[in-house]
Design a protein around this ligand. Structure first.
Ligand code: ACO
Length: 311
C-alpha cells in the first residue's frame, strides 16, 4: 500500500539514490519539483531578453558571436528544463500559460535593465557566477532528469561566466570611461545577484522540506555565503569595488562578512514590481503569440505524418 511505497521512497532518498520519473513519489515531492524546474526553465527563457538587448549593438563581430552563442545556450537550457518538467507529467504549453498568467515565477534577476555593454560582462561574471554556485549542487539533486540536465547546463554556465570576466578584464585595460562603466555595472548588479539565492533561511518556506527530499543540497544563505567568498577575490583581481561597506574578511568564521540585502526589494521584484517586469512578460507574451503559427504548422505536419504511417 501507500505506506510501503512511502517507506521505499524514504529509503532511497536516505541512501542517496536517484528517483526516476516512473518511480512512485509523494505528491508534494512532485509538486515541488514541477515548481522549481518550471521556474528555472522560465528564468532561462526570460533571461535571454536582457542580453538579447545588446546583440545588435555588440562592439565587434567577435563579441557579437560570443553573445549570440550564449543567448542560444540559454534557450537550450530552457528546453532541457521544460523536458525534465514534462517527465513529471506536466505539459510545457501549460507551464508557459502559467508563466504568462503570472501563476509561476521566474528569477528576480532578469527584471533589471542592461544599460551599457559592461552589463553584459557583469551578467556573465556575477549573475552566471551566482547561477553556477546555486546549480552545481543541483547536479546531485535526488530527481534524476533534473540532476542530469544540470550537468550540461553547469558546463555551459562556466563558459558564460568566463566570457563575462574576460570581457570585463578587457574593458578594465581600456579607457577611464570603460573602467567607470564596469564599476557602475558592478554597483547596480551586486545586490540583485545576492538576492538570486532567495530569501534568508528563516524566511524561506520551502528550504527545509526541499533539503529533506534532497532536491536542494544547501540552504539559500549557505549558497549566498559561498558566492560572496568566491567573488571577493575576483573583484580584487579585476580592480573593482563591491558596493558594500560592511564587506570584510572574518578570520574566526573563515568567511567574508557582508551587509544585509534589501529584502523588501526582492519581495517587490518577485511580486511584479521590478524595473522591467512588465516589459519582460509583455515581450514573452508577444513572442508566444508570434510563434503560434509555427506551433500550429508543426502540429499539423506531425499529424499528417502520423496518419500516413497508420495506412
Ligand atoms: N526570484 C524569484 N523568485 C524567488 C527567488 C528569486 N530570486 N528566490 C526565491 N523565490 C521564490 C520561490 O520560488 C518561492 O516562491 P514559490 O513558493 O511561489 O515558488 C518563494 O520565493 C520562497 O523562496 P524559497 O522558499 O527559498 O524557495 P525555494 O526553496 O524554491 O528556493 C531557489 C529558491 C534557491 C531560487 C530555488 O528554487 C532554486 O535553487 N532554483 C533553481 C535555480 C533557478 O531557478 N535559477 C534561476 C536563475 S539562474 C539562471 O537562470 C541563469
Amino acid at each position: 500500500g501507500e505506506d510501503e511505497l512511502q517507506r521505499h521512497f524514504d529509503e532511497r532518498i536516505a541512501q542517496d539514490q536517484r528517483i526516476e520519473p516512473r518511480d512512485w513519489m509523494p505528491e508534494g515531492y512532485r509538486k515541488t519539483l514541477v515548481r522549481q524546474i518550471a521556474q528555472h526553465a522560465h528564468s532561462e527563457i526570460i533571461g535571454m531578453q536582457p542580453e538579447g538587448n545588446w546583440l545588435t549593438r555588440a562592439p565587434s563581430l567577435r563579441r557579437k558571436a560570443i553573445l549570440l552563442a550564449k543567448v542560444q545556450d540559454e534557450a537550450g537550457h530552457g528546453l532541457y528544463l521544460y523536458s525534465a518538467a514534462e517527465t513529471l507529467g506536466v505539459d510545457r504549453a501549460e507551464l508557459t500559460e502559467k508563466l504568462l498568467e503570472r501563476r509561476q515565477k521566474y528569477s528576480s534577476i532578469f527584471n533589471y535593465p542592461t544599460l551599457t555593454f559592461a552589463d553584459i560582462g557583469v551578467i556573465g561574471w556575477l549573475v552566471d557566477g551566482a547561477a553556477i554556485c546555486n546549480q552545481v549542487p543541483l547536479c546531485r539533486s535526488s530527481f534524476g532528469p533534473y540532476a542530469r540536465a544540470m550537468v550540461r547546463i553547469c558546463k555551459e554556465e562556466s563558459f558564460h561566466q568566463r566570457q563575462g570576466y574576460e570581457l570585463l578584464m578587457t574593458m578594465m585595460r581600456g579607457t577611464e570611461e570603460q573602467r567607470r562603466m564596469v564599476q557602475d555595472a558592478t554597483d547596480r548588479w551586486w545586490w540583485p545577484s545576492l538576492m538570486m539565492f532567495g530569501p534568508p533561511d528563516e524566511d524561506s518556506p520551502n528550504t527545509q522540506q526541499s533539503m529533506a527530499w534532497r532536491i536542494k543540497r544547501h540552504t539559500n544563505d549557505e549558497l549566498r555565503q559561498k558566492f560572496v567568498d568566491m567573488t571577493v577575490p575576483q573583484a580584487e583581481a579585476l580592480g573593482v569595488t563591491l558596493p558594500d561597506p560592511e564587506l570584510r574578511w572574518n578570520p574566526e568564521r573563515g568567511h567574508y562578512d557582508f551587509g544585509e540585502p534589501d529584502w523588501s526589494e526582492l519581495k517587490r521584484v518577485i511580486s511584479g514590481g521590478g524595473p522591467c517586469n512588465e516589459q519582460r512578460l509583455a515581450r514573452r507574451r508577444a513572442a508566444h503569440e508570434e510563434g503560434r503559427w509555427v506551433r500550429e504548422a508543426a502540429a499539423a505536419h506531425a499529424a499528417k505524418h502520423a496518419a500516413r504511417e497508420e495506412v
